[in-house]
Design a protein around this ligand. Structure first.
Ligand code: BGC
Length: 771
């Protein structure tokens, strides 16, 4: 078969080329048979395959596939290897079902706990989210199946998702929202990217040159193609120009014709279309060349993987008096309709038909030697407090050693297409928990929900296991954890707030009729709670185990480094309990003295380690420039400022017992040109201009003191001293303009301009003007 893409493009008519830029139907691309260009199948994703038996027939049934835990759950495993295994299984199922590209992973940041799609997304932290997305992509693509990293970008709410304009400043966009896409796109080389429905800073994502061309194609060198989210097109030709290759699904002949017409009229260069077709063909052929015809996957093995994955994801939030793990000899009351009818996946485009479904009631019944008493306790049809159902639950709970209540959010409480408006569970479930806990001191709550909830009953129960939406094996996995066959090791990939009012985006979510302002900036998730000294219900990174771990020692291999070097931190962790378990070791970096606003600390490394009772291990983390950098909007790039940083390590964002300090020296220039307002401290930090800055500062110091004293009239000696101290703080000190004029020592503007010219010359910033 001819794989010479340039040669094929030369043989294509304009109409044929334009035809490739939109789908054939809901799930397929168009073929050009005379040139051997095949049609390929793209279906959802992300945590299970949602493929219609006949992709060309919208009325055909969805084929069964393994339902793995959804993104929120998977991320709580913090387990790169596990995510990759899940990705591999998804890839195998795609091969078996003839699917060439699976639509996912979804790596949007959880800006607010209210986003209806948070169950599909990984985290509030861009590094964790990016790592999870990277390994998902590696797993799937390792099987010769493409991924589509979605939804690019800033798609952090469902309210008005087709028309809302997300107004996000450049630094926040890069540091938080785009950062999450970097790993899957740059490191794992995702074959395709799906653009979001919304607008970002005034342009639809489907026609946003900043996102699709400047970031994706130019900065990140993405070589694959961009497809729309389903129906996310605005103006077709504008989209193509901005870097959108494929419109999905097919919406009639008009759009392809618009491309043809634009080229014929001279509005669009044909080379733009040729470039798009080249990208499309390369991926299409790549998927075809990697097809494994006749592939069969092992359903049983995939179910077992789903069970293992669900067990790794569950987060033990509370376990007073070591109520858990349970003993199979204890008598148990299993309460809650979710025990028999699990809530294991979310609603919307990711909703699949599972190959099997494990109910916790069955799994617990199989283990509890004295059998179980069961009461549904609440209705799944409506949220009404049913006295008779609660009384039945109270009665069986009172008679057993332990009560396990399965509760959480029903489908109607969270879904794609809809944001939540509160953090509450159904009132009927809260009432049930309170009433059962009042009669049974040994009450455990097992939660099924895709996003954080309020827990007004938390103090009344002894144990809480957060199961998220754990996929088709969630029921058996819950039993594995409850009875200690699996030692819980998940940790929260998002903060559970104490109240909705406490959340970072509270004042700006979901925005007005046209736009949503990301007013909290970079302070998303724990970055916000820490800066505001707010105590959440449960912090980011938190999760208990049936064993305990001690953080014994940290060693860093250097105390000082250039931003071009790396530093390795080695940490010793010991299992100090009496059973084997896994710990997620988290490393955060804290800037000590920054000239820009920064979060208290940010996650820059993590590792999940497995330790026998008493065993210790060392974990190494390699940090580089990016571990210390912020996104500098003067140079539109990452910049690690010269200064001291603390490297802290521990079991959660709220508990970092180990710490070490490092001095980082920047080798880069934090601005594009020296101007009258360039800061002294920036010039001080650049070796080539340090001497100038020192001399200039010394010169201006005398007049600074004089003027400071003049301005401080009426402030008293102590006030004057404070003022002078503040004025002399290098990082707060004014720009070099202050060498002239009132604070200067007689320097003229002409002289300053000359110096600026010389400084630019010295720094190689040749074309810079002095403005
Ligand atoms: C969702 C995407 C999904 C697509 C196809 C859209 O509504 O936002 O995530 O992949 O539909 O089902």
């Amino acid at each position: 078969m001819n794989r010479n893409v340039h040669d094929i493009i030369k043989q294509m008519t304009l109409e044929e080329k334009a035809s490739l830029c939109s789908g054939l139907n809901m799930w397929q691309t168009k073929a050009v048979e005379r040139l051997g260009i095949p049609s390929i199948v793209l279906t959802d994703g992300p945590h299970g395959l949602r493929k219609q038996a006949d992709p060309a027939d919208m009325s055909s049934k969805t084929v069964p596939s393994t339902c793995f835990p959804s993104g929120a759950g998977l991320a709580s495993s913090w387990d790169r290897q596990l995510i990759e295994e899940v990705g591999q299984a998804l890839g195998e199922e795609c091969q078996a079902e003839g699917v060439h590209i699976i639509l996912g992973p979804a790596v949007n940041i959880k800006r607010s706990p209210l986003c209806g799609r948070n169950f599909e997304y990984f985290s509030e932290d861009p590094y964790l989210s990016s790592e999870m997305g990277t390994h998902h992509v590696l797993g799937v693509q390792g099987q010769g199946v493409g991924t589509s990293v979605k939804h690019f970008a800033a798609n952090n709410q469902e309210t008005l998702r087709n028309s809302i304009n997300a107004v996000v400043d450049e630094r926040t966009l890069n540091e938080i929202y785009l950062r999450s896409f970097e790993g899957p796109i740059i490191d794992a080389k995702a074959w395709t990217v799906m653009c979001a429905y919304n607008l970002v800073n005034g342009d639809f994502c489907s026609e946003n040159p900043y996102l699709l061309t400047e970031i994706l194609k130019e900065r990140w060198n993405h070589e694959g193609f961009v497809m729309t989210d389903w129906g996310a097109i605005n103006e077709r030709v504008k989209g193509l120009k901005a870097g959108l290759e494929l419109e999905m699904p097919y919406a009639g002949p008009e759009r392809d014709q618009m491309i043809v017409d634009a080229i014929r009229s001279g509005e669009l260069e044909e080379s733009v279309l040729d470039d798009a077709v080249e990208r499309l063909l390369k991926v299409i052929f790549h998927t075809i060349d990697n097809r494994k015809e006749g592939f069969i996957y092992d359903k049983e093995a995939h179910h077992e993987l789903a069970r293992r994955a669900a067990g790794e994801c569950m987060v033990l939030l509370k376990n007073d008096n070591a109520l858990l793990p349970l003993n199979t000899k204890q008598s148990v009351a299993v309460i809650g309709a979710f025990a028999a009818t699990p809530r294991y996946q979310g609603g919307g485009s990711s909703h699949i038909t599972p190959t099997r479904l494990d109910a916790a009631l069955d799994a617990i019944s199989a283990l509890a030697e004295r059998g179980v008493a069961y009461a549904p306790g609440y209705s799944l049809m409506e949220d009404v407090i049913d006295e008779a159902m609660i009384a039945e639950a109270e009665s069986i709970a009172a008679q057993q050693d332990v009560a396990i209540i399965f509760a959480g959010l029903p489908d109607a409480f969270e879904s794609e297409g809809l944001d939540r408006t509160h953090l509450n569970m159904p009132a009927s479930q809260c009432a049930l928990i309170e009433r059962v806990a009042a009669v049974q001191p040994n009450t455990v709550v097992v939660l099924s929900n895709g996003s954080p909830i309020a827990m007004p009953w938390l103090n009344k129960v002894k144990a809480v296991l957060e199961g998220y939406l754990g996929g088709q094996a969630t029921g058996s996995a819950a039993a594995d954890v409850l009875y200690g066959f699996v030692n819980p090791s998940g940790k929260l990939a998002e903060t559970f707030p104490s109240s909705l009012e406490q959340t970072p985006s509270y004042l700006n979510f979901p925005g007005g009729k046209n736009e949503v302002f990301y007013g909290e900036g970079i302070f998303v998730g724990y970055r916000y709670y820490e800066a505001k000294k707010e105590k959440p219900l449960f912090p980011f990174g938190y999760g208990l185990s049936y064993t305990t771990f001690a953080y014994e020692r940290i060693h860093i291999d250097k105390q000082s480094m250039k931003d071009t070097d790396t530093v390795t931190a080695t940490v010793t962790v010991r299992n100090t309990g009496s059973r084997a378990g896994k710990e997620i070791v988290q490393l955060y970096v804290k800037p000590s003295d920054s000239s820009v606003v920064r979060p208290i600390k940010e996650l820059k490394g993590f590792a999940k380690v497995s330790l026998e009772a008493g065993e210790a291990t060392t974990v190494s983390f390699t940090l580089n420039k990016r571990s210390f950098a912020y996104f500098n909007t003067d140079i539109h790039d990452w910049f690690a400022e010269t200064g001291d940083y603390e490297i802290v390590v521990g079991p959660s964002s709220a508990d970092t017992p180990l710490s070490a300090s490092i001095h980082v020296r920047s080798t880069e220039i934090p601005f594009s040109k020296v101007t009258r307002n360039t800061k002294f401290h920036e010039l001080l930090a650049i070796p080539a201009t340090t001497q100038f800055a020192k001399d200039a500062m010394k010169e201006s110091m005398a007049s600074l003191e004089h003027m400071g004293a003049v301005f401080a009239e009426g402030m008293g000696d102590e006030g004057i001293a404070q003022l002078l101290k503040a004025m002399k703080e290098w990082k707060k000190y004014d720009g070099i303009r202050s060498l002239t004029g009132m604070l200067g020592s007689g320097m003229t503007d002409a002289q300053l301009n000359q110096i600026i010219g010389q400084l630019n010359e010295t720094l190689g910033l040749k074309n810079a003007s002095t403005k």
